[in-house]
Ligand binder design. Structure first.
Ligand SMILES: Nc1ncnc2c1ncn2[C@@H]1O[C@H](COP(=O)(O)OP(=O)(O)OP(=O)(O)O)[C@@H](O)[C@H]1O
Ligand SMILES: [Mg+2]
Length: 325
């Protein structure tokens, strides 16, 4: 008799579970029922435009803000009931740099280390290890006010890592950073992940999230609008590419969408007034039959664009707006 093998879930264990997190400020709902799961060892991206609710979500997860509703757990600990225990296992690198400008890099790290209860030679060697990781050891005795934006960010990141957190929350760590420091921050993030720390990375730069993150949740106006691996998300637009075109004059004729969908390589067609978004397995193969259909329907093409799917286009597709407004 054939025996069906048991299903083996080889996904890493969840370390963070956000369950319907909600935060209201007076009349404004900043986070409106956000749920996600972050698995151990992941770089999890929270992508969204300004005001989407990224920092508010981070503040709730790091127990600085109490949710209006919903809950979240980190390593099995509830953010509502076990905040003190959570603070010991997470590292937070806030969006606004939190360093003392007149203190040196080393003095800033010592100060943060003491807050975490570290001291003595252990703290000294940890500060050195992290300043070396950030390539700032040579500058350890310089005042932070003399540092570039990228160098300050790197000291800020080191401060969040002093106590070997299991889970690191990075809130837009590349804003105001020169390209060289940005590259360095990316390399450091991969190294931190490889050393066993799970990372939540927020950004409104889709290229960064495409490059860094194993799993991406896109939020807009406090709500999750899409979630998945980069591949899964881009599939929403079509694996082989997208043909976007505008028909001259009024609306597309009735039945055109269905006829286009009938072509083998076309996977989906979305129509909005006189604009058509045609997802396909292979846009080079799809283009000739699409053009023939349009001609047969008496449509004149006003504009045509072929592109590979990316998160920017996906955001526009899902919301009708640009990610950077
Ligand atoms: N303490 C607060 N009091 C009132 N409103 C707030 C507060 N904090 C955030 N908000 C509002 O909540 C919404 C979400 O803000 P949040 O800072 O979480 O967005 P964000 O995604 O981090 O944006 P950005 O990319 O600009 O950092 C915004 O409309 C913001 O004005
Ligand atoms: Mg923010």
């Amino acid at each position: 008799m054939a025996v069906t093998p048991p299903e083996i879930d080889d996904m890493p264990d969840p370390i963070v579970i956000a369950d319907n997190l909600e935060k209201r400020f007076d009349g404004l709902t900043a986070v409106d029922g956000v749920s996600f799961t972050i698995r151990e060892g992941q770089i999890f991206g929270l992508l969204g435009p300004n005001g989407a609710g990224k920092s508010t979500t981070i503040s709730m997860l790091s127990t600085y803000l109490r949710p209006t509703a919903g809950d979240a757990s980190i390593d099995g600990l509830s953010i509502g009931r076990e905040a003190d225990a959570i603070k010991k296992i997470i590292g937070v690198v806030p969006q606004d740099i939190a360093l003392y400008p007149t203190l040196t890099a080393m003095q800033n790290l010592r100060f943060y280390g003491k807050i975490y209860g570290l001291g003595g030679s252990h703290l000294e060697s940890r500060c050195r290890e992290l300043l070396e990781l950030m390539e700032l050891w040579e500058r350890r005795d310089d005042r932070v006010e003399e540092f570039s934006g990228g160098m300050k960010r790197r000291v800020n990141m080191a401060a969040g890592l002093l106590h070997h957190p299991r889970f690191l929350l990075l809130d837009e760590p590349t804003v105001g950073v020169d390209p060289q420091s940005r590259e360095h921050i990316f390399e450091t993030i991969f190294r931190i992940r490889d050393s066993g720390t799970t990372i939540l990375y927020t950004s409104h730069y889709m290229e960064e999230v495409e490059l860094l993150c194993d799993f991406i949740t896109i939020i807009d106006r406090g709500r999750v609008i899409a979630a998945g691996t980069l591949r899964e998300l881009l599939k929403i637009l079509g694996e082989g590419g997208v043909i976007e075109l505008e028909i001259a004059g009024g609306e597309c004729p009735g039945g055109l969408t269905a006829r286009l969908e009938g072509h083998a390589s076309v996977t989906a067609v979305k129509q909005e007034k006189n604009r058509l978004l045609i997802s396909s397995d292979n846009s080079a193969h799809s283009l000739p039959p699409v053009m023939r259909e349009l001609e047969a329907a008496g449509c004149e093409v006003a504009s045509l664009e072929l592109y590979s799917p990316n998160l920017e286009k996906l955001f526009i597709h899902l919301t009708g707006r640009e990610l950077r407004e």
